[in-house]
Design a protein around this ligand. Structure first.
Ligand code: 5GP
Ligand code: MN
Length: 323
């Protein structure tokens, strides 16, 4: 094993083997979907058999990526040479019933600091903007050009996970990949029409309601928006429409930790954001979750109002310990 060079082991595996199962985390975001598409186009170019799996329905906003019609939510075939797991800190995040499958090797490609190295080959690099960026390096290494549908998938990953190049995970190397994509003729105007313009009026109303519910705690260091099932019902929206609500808190002056709590069937789903040295992945680990330093999430198994109090206490303890 070349422990220092997992990318080479990964390339050897995808060149040598024939049948691949590619999976990413459930409730997929732009990086989960973009990185699946990117590896799909690479494997197809190498004439490999590829099956794509995601436990969740793919949000309609990503239908502009043509390959998503090939993602399955259940598996007919159970026998593969290699299972490639993307953007998932733990195998359980995929919802894949791994015990029901036959395979030789699991490849884990991820950029979460909290990754638990569940694979046989693990390429985990928290400095990477996105898993899509990592797949771009695989493509480059085997001389596949970053253009057309492959480029569209990689760009989706990068733009999603960097908050359109505003988060600190946007490195010079990330932008060099983007330069290459643009030099190969990527149409930004066309892309943004598809990527940005997908909101419904109901979603606008949900966001309005959520903004009205924003609260500050801990002398303004913690911002919270709680989203009840009732709010979704009143605006005829779904959990997918909650995406982005957390960003209204991040722009309030003085806020160090931003949090949304969304009431779900059996739990409250927590999202956390921070700036700079405040490492919210540590808070998330205490909430059955994980993530990145400045963007993480988890779950609290309490009613919504109690969950909010519980989180305020957790964040207070955390800020005291880390001040
Ligand atoms: P979001 O708040 O957008 O759902 O997630 C932010 C980040 O935290 C993502 O990178 C996501 O992978 C991670 N994250 C969110 N929820 C969970 C969770 O329940 N478990 C783990 N391990 N990571 C999570
Ligand atoms: Mn990601």
């Amino acid at each position: 094993m070349h422990k220092d060079k997992p990318i080479e082991e990964i390339i050897k595996n995808i060149e040598d083997k024939n049948s691949f199962l590619v999976v990413a985390h459930e409730n997929p975001d732009g990086d989960a979907i973009g990185s699946m598409g990117a590896i799909y186009y690479i494997l197809k170019k190498l004439n490999k058999d590829v099956v794509l799996f995601n436990k969740s329905n793919i949000p309609e906003r990503f239908y502009y990526l043509e390959f998503v019609k090939n993602i399955n939510s259940f598996l007919k075939k159970t026998d593969y040479d290699t299972v490639i797991v993307l953007d998932s800190g733990e195998l359980s995040r995929t919802g894949l019933a791994i015990d029901n499958l036959k395979y030789e090797c699991i490849i884990n490609i991820d950029h979460h600091v909290t990754n638990d190295y569940f694979g046989d080959i693990n390429w985990v690099d928290p400095k990477m903007s996105s898993v899509g960026e990592m797949i771009a390096y695989i493509a480059k290494e085997i001389n596949i050009e970053l253009k057309d549908k492959l480029a569209e998938c990689i760009y989706t990953s990068i733009v999603s996970d960097t908050g359109s190049f505003t988060f600190s995970n946007t490195r010079p190397a990330t932008l060099r990949i983007v330069i290459e994509i643009l030099e190969n003729g990527f149409d930004l105007d066309d892309f943004n029409r598809k990527y940005q313009r997908y909101w419904t009026l109901n979603k606008v109303h949900l966001h309005g309601l959520s903004m009205q519910n924003a609260k500050l705690y801990l002398d303004g260091q913690l911002g919270i928006i709680s989203i009840s099932k009732d709010m979704l019902e009143r605006t005829s929206t779904t959990k997918e429409d909650c995406e982005g609500i957390i960003n209204y808190l991040r722009v309030i002056k003085g806020v160090k930790v931003a949090a949304t709590l969304r009431e779900d069937d059996d739990r409250v789903k927590v999202s956390l954001r921070s700036y700079g040295e405040v490492d919210v992945s540590n808070i998330a680990k205490g909430l059955n979750g994980g993530g990145h330093k400045n963007a993480a999430g988890g779950s609290i198994f309490l009613p919504l109002q109690q969950a909010e109090k519980f989180l305020v206490n957790k964040v207070e303890e955390f800020l005291l310990e880390n001040s």
